[in-house]
Each structure stands twice: as structure tokens, then as C-alpha cells.
Design a protein. Sequence first.
Length: 449
Amino acid sequence: MNNNISKGASYSPGPKSKELLKMRDEHVARGISYVLPAFVEEAAGAVIKDVDGNEYLDFATGIGVANFGHNHPAVVDAIKKQVDQYVHTCFMVAMYEPYVRLAAGLNRITPGSFAKKTAFFNSGAEAVENAVKLARRYTRKTAIVSLEGAFHGRTLMTMTLTSKAKPYKYGFGPFAPDVYKIPAAYCYRCRFGLSYPSCDLQCARYLEQFFAVECAADNVAAVIAEPIQGEGGFIVPPLDYFKALHEICRKNDVLLIADEIQTGFYRTGSPLASFQFGIEPDLITMAKSLAGGVPISALTGRAGVMDAAGPGEIGGTYGGNPVGCAAALAVLEVAEKEKLADAAEKTGRITAERLNQMAEKYSIIGEHRGLGAMRALELVKDRGTKDPDSDRAKAIIRRCHENGLIIITAGIFSNVIRLLMPVNIPVDQLNRGLDILEGAIAAEEGGRR
């Protein structure tokens, strides 16, 4: 790949992609969606090339999986080396060193000076499922509380925890019992009609009222929350929100589970977003960019909580696959060696400046928000009413595709454009992508007039 983006990249699929799309429609389940109607041939860094030769800047990174760019050489080398040795033995049958070393590494980089332990699984949803299992076993309580706007997965428990009816929950009930939801810290659309900081974090303090009127704390095992909601629209709470929420949990012997599946691994400028909010969660779920694209997830937490289950009560055949562990160890090494925290901070700063400028120029942007290299624009029909504009969001995405930029939406109203470029993207590629985005927004703004 030459890493030069084709300015004339076509949103309409080329002949090879058309043929593959035909096969896809015939053989792949309809429930598996897609964003770009093209098929990838190769990817490197921030660039994807499709089978028809079109090249795109990737500001989606597999939904936050390729935080350090596609096919990072160190990660690829680690994968190749591991494959040459062995691919699978099942850690529960014949153990291997990468699993143990990766567990030690995650115990080291996650927040909290207390003793920690780690277990590995296949997907983010599996990590969340096991966090719920361990929270219930440790506390001997059953209720779980999640936030409105949350996304935790598509399995039965994680779908129940998720808070977006369509497409994730509609028609798939009944759901798992003893799961409840409370309002999130969505300041742009405050459920209480208040403004920060005069609100006194009513959204966090609502948990105390919830214990009084909905479900007693004596029955609540844990509160689970994403530090920044991903699918919910990159909702960034006030920096003191989680401290207040965690304090209420501690006073009531309720565990706090931080879902860092999308926010983890330097996306926000630190190893995990929990550091940004100054909290030490009892359990942390991780996946996505943990292994640079190889499927693996992790659950790290207080040793006492993690040891609540006996041998054989958690785990899985493929959990902590050696190839995934080797890739993840390379990710941890790359992150420190290449100072990816600094890279994410720089990328985030440049992006924030550009998005703030766009928000000042274009009235269809209701709000720009984000942290580090995790950024979003919420689109509205009117800034006064804040009426969500999902149609404009979809149109802007299409225009971006037509000009060689892969980007995706989010939000409970599907009106949020989220940016998940590699945290170490070269500045010229970053600016090129932001130019394409602004051009698409400008065209839609002009079209509305």
C-alpha cells in the first residue's frame, strides 16, 4: 500500500466488491450489518484498501480495535512467532506462559494499588458476563444496575444491560432478570433538566434514591458503567461524576464495574479511561484494542472478587488463546515504547480544535464532546430544541465514504458521528480526514438551507 488516499474513492462498490456483496447476501445472515459496501484487501496504519483498489482513511478502526493502526509490525511479528510455536492447547488443560505474563501485565497497568487478578475470555460480552457472575458470587446479591444509553454486548445478559431498544433488543426478549437502569450523566440532554456544576451531580446521587424506591442496596451486587459511553454517543460525564457514583457504591457495599472495552488502551490518552476520572473500579472489562485485532478479552479486578469462583466455574475453551495473549503482550510493549499516551493526547488535541471550529461554523452541530482521541459530534435539526438529526448523520457518513473516509455513527438517536482514528495517526492523514469530514458537514449544512 502506498498510503495515499484516492480522492475519487467511490462509495458505490466496484466490480469485485459487487460480486462479493452478492455472495454475502446469499450466504451471510441478514442480522450482520455493514457500513461500507466494499471488501478489504489489505490495511496498514490508518489506511484500508479494498479489493477494487480504492483506499480509505479509517476513522472507525474496527470500532476502536485498531487503536495503534492496522497491522502494527510488532504485533504482527508476535502473532507469527506464536503461531510457529503452538496455536491452541486450552489454558484449562495445558497451561502456557503468555497467559500468565499478560495477566501480570494487566494487573500492573490497571488502576488500584490493591492485589488484583485477571481472567481471559473471547469477547467483550463474555468479559461482562463473567464480571456479573463474579460480582453476584462475591457479594451474594443478585441485582445489577446499568446506565441509560449503555452498550455492553449482544448476549442475553449484556443485551439486557444495554440501553438501546433498536436494533439491539427489539423482539429478543424476555431478558435476564434483576437488571435495572438509572439515568446517565448525559449533560447535553440532562434527564433532570439541570446544568453542571449547579446540578450537584444529581444523576449520580439518583442512585441513592434508586436504592430507596426501586431496589434496596442490600440486593444490588454491582453497578456497571462505561467511563465514556460508546454506542450511546460518546457521552463524557463530568470528571467528578464517577467519584460520586463510586462513593455511593462503597457506602452501600455495591461493586463498581468499569466497562473499558471501547475506552481502553490509550483511546482517551491514558491506559484506561478510569485514570482520567480518578477511580479504582472493583472490576474492569477490556477487549477490542487489547490485542490489536486478535479476539481476546480480559476481566481484571480485586483479587478477592476474582477468586470468588471456584475452579471450573469461569473460563472457556478458547479463553486467553495463546495467539491473542502474544499479540496483547506486544501491544503493552508498543504502548510504552512508542509513548502512545502522548500520541493519543496530541491526536485528541488537534481533533478537538478542528471539531470546535466546525461546531462554531455549522448550526447542524449541537455539541462536540470527547476525551483524548475519542471524539464525537452530535447533530441536531435545531440547536434550541436539540431535535436529533439522524438523517443528516447518515448523509454525512455517505459523503465521507465517497471521498475516502470511513467513519461511523453512534447515539441512542443515531445522530452522533464518532471518530475513532488510530491514536498514532500521522498528522497529515488526520488533517486530511478532518477536511473530508468538514466538507461533508458543509455540504449538508448548505443543503439544509
